[in-house]
Design a protein around this ligand. Structure first.
Ligand SMILES: Cc1cc2nc3c(=O)[nH]c(=O)nc-3n(C[C@H](O)[C@H](O)[C@H](O)COP(=O)(O)OP(=O)(O)OC[C@H]3O[C@@H](n4cnc5c(N)ncnc54)[C@H](O)[C@@H]3O)c2cc1C
Length: 404
C-alpha cells in the first residue's frame, strides 16, 4: 500500500479526469485543476478512440458512457490518387469509436466526479514548491493547493514537463495544421465508413455521419508554426481559401473544401509530435498523456495512450510503497510502447508531407504496400493491449505483462 494518499492533477482534458478517476478507484484522493473556465471548452473536432483506449476506459466504468456518445467506425479505406483500397479490420476486436472531443471531456468529467474526484476550473498552473511533506502548486490567479504528489496531464505544451526538467524537449511541429468540418453532401456512404485520403497536395480524411452529412478532417501543410490561438486569430475565410486551393482537383477533397462554410470550419491549430522525454518524473512530480508522449494524430492513438498511461500510473501508485518506486515502475511499464507508436506516427507524418517527386513515387508504391500489409502485425499489438488492473504490481515488476 502506497504512502501517497493525495494528488494534484494539472489538466482536465483526457488524461487528467481518467487518472483522477483511477486514483479514486485505487483508494487515493485527487483534485483536477484545469486552465479553461469549464469542462467542455469548445475546442471542437472529432477524435477516434481505439479498442485499447476503450478497454482501458472500462476499468473506470466509463466505456459504456463513451460508446453512447460515439459513432462506431464500421469500415476503413485508404485513397491514393483517387484509387480506393479497403483496409482489412482486426478480427474479434470492437470497432474504432468516433467521438466529439467536447462530449468526451464532459463524459470523462462526469465519470471522474462520480468516482469522487474534485474539479477546479480557471486554474492555470504557473509554478510549484516541493517540500519534505508535500508539493504545492501555484496558479495564475494567486491561489495554491498542496498534496503528496502532482501529476502533469497538461497536454503537449506541458508546463509540468519543464518544471520536472528545464531542459526537457519541446513538442516538435509536424509541419501540418489541423482543421475539421461537416458538410451537406451525400456520397451514398454507409454511416461509419471512413476514408484516409492522400490527395494531390495534402492528406485528409472523411466519414459519413448518421444525419446524412459528411465529416472531414484536413491536415494542411504549412511551414510556419501557429498555436491554436494564433491559428484562430486568422479569419476563417482565409483558411477556407487555403483549403480550397490545396484540395482543388481531389475527389472528394475539392467538394469537401468548397462546401465547408466559415461558420462550420473548426480550426485546430498546429499538429505536434513529442520526441522521447528523458525524465518522465522527478521528486513528487510525474507526467501523463500528451505531456510526455504525444504520438501525433496520424496514429489515431494519442487519446487512447493517454488513457492507458493514466490507468497504469494509478495502478503503480496503488501498489508500490512510495512515489519514487511507483513512478519508476510506471515509466518502465509505458515507455517502450508509447515510443514505438510515436515512431509509427513520425513515419506517417513524413508520408503526409512529401516533396513533389516523392509524392509521385508514393502514389505508385503505397497501394502495393497497403495491399500487402499484414494488419495483425501492424496494428494488432497496438489495439489488443489490455491492462490487468486486478493484478497487483510488485516493486520488481517493472516490465509490462502486455507486449509493448
Ligand atoms: C487535429 C488533431 C486530431 C487528433 N485526432 C486524434 C484521434 O483521432 N485519436 C486520438 O487518439 N488522438 C487524436 N489526437 C490526439 C489527442 O487529442 C491527444 O492525444 C489527447 O487529447 C491527449 O490528452 P491529454 O489529456 O494528455 O491532453 P489534452 O487533451 O491536450 O488536455 C490537456 C489539458 O491541460 C490543460 N492545461 C494546459 N496547461 C495547463 C496549465 N498550465 N494549468 C492547468 N491546465 C492546463 C489544457 O487546457 C487541456 O485541457 C488528435 C490531435 C489533434 C491535434
Amino acid at each position: 500500500m502506497s504512502k501517497v494518499r493525495t494528488a494534484l492533477v494539472i489538466g482536465g482534458g483526457i488524461a487528467g479526469p481518467v487518472v483522477a478517476a483511477a486514483l479514486h478507484k485505487a483508494g487515493l484522493q485527487a483534485t483536477v485543476y484545469e486552465a479553461y473556465p469549464a469542462a467542455s471548452n469548445g475546442i471542437g473536432s472529432a477524435l477516434a478512440l481505439a479498442p485499447n483506449g476503450l478497454a482501458a476506459l472500462g476499468i473506470i466504468d466509463a466505456d459504456a458512457a463513451v460508446r453512447a456518445i460515439a459513432l462506431p467506425i464500421t469500415g476503413t479505406a485508404i485513397s491514393i490518387a483517387g484509387k480506393n483500397i479497403a483496409l482489412p479490420g482486426l478480427p474479434n476486436l470492437p470497432p474504432l469509436q468516433m467521438v466529439d472531443r467536447g462530449d468526451l471531456h464532459r463524459v470523462l468529467h462526469d465519470r471522474s466526479a462520480a468516482a469522487g474526484a474534485r474539479f477546479e476550473y480557471g486554474k492555470r498552473l504557473v509554478g510549484v514548491e516541493e517540500g519534505l511533506e508535500g508539493i504545492t502548486a501555484r496558479f495564475a490567479d494567486g491561489s495554491t493547493a498542496t498534496a503528496d504528489i502532482l501529476i502533469g496531464a497538461d497536454g503537449v505544451r506541458s508546463t509540468v514537463r519543464t518544471l520536472i526538467d528545464p531542459n526537457a524537449p519541446k513538442a516538435n511541429y509536424t509541419g501540418l495544421l489541423g482543421f475539421g468540418g461537416y458538410v451537406d453532401a451525400d456520397l451514398h456512404l454507409e454511416p461509419g465508413r471512413m476514408t484516409f485520403a492522400f490527395g494531390a497536395r495534402a492528406y485528409y480524411l472523411y466519414w459519413a455521419v448518421p444525419d446524412g452529412r459528411l465529416a472531414w478532417g484536413a491536415n494542411l501543410p504549412a511551414q510556419n508554426y501557429l498555436s491554436l490561438t494564433e491559428a484562430r486569430a486568422i479569419p476563417a475565410q482565409e483558411w477556407l481559401h487555403a483549403l480550397r486551393e490545396t484540395y482543388a482537383g481531389d475527389t472528394p477533397g475539392e467538394m469537401l473544401a468548397e462546401r465547408t462554410t466559415a461558420q462550420s470550419l473548426e480550426v485546430l491549430g498546429a499538429i505536434h509530435i513529442m520526441p522521447p522525454v528523458p525524465h518522465w518524473y522527478r521528486g513528487r512530480m510525474v507526467l501523463v498523456g500528451d505531456a510526455v508522449h504525444a504520438p501525433s494524430n496520424s496514429t489515431g492513438q494519442g487519446a487512447s495512450l493517454a488513457i492507458e498511461s493514466a490507468i497504469q500510473l494509478a495502478r503503480c501508485l496503488r501498489d508500490l510503497p512510495d512515489a519514487s518506486s511507483a513512478f519508476a515502475a510506471y515509466d518502465a511499464l509505458r515507455r517502450a510502447r508509447v515510443e514505438k507508436i510515436t515512431k509509427r506516427g513520425a513515419k506517417l507524418n513524413h508520408a503526409k508531407t512529401p516533396a513533389p517527386l516523392a509524392r509521385k513515387m508514393m502514389q505508385l508504391v503505397m497501394p502495393i504496400i497497403f495491399k500487402a500489409m499484414n494488419p495483425e502485425k501492424t496494428f494488432g499489438w497496438e489495439q489488443r493491449y489490455t491492462i490487468d488492473w486486478e493484478v497487483p504490481l510488485e516493486k520488481s515488476s517493472t516490465v509490462s505483462t502486455s507486449t509493448p
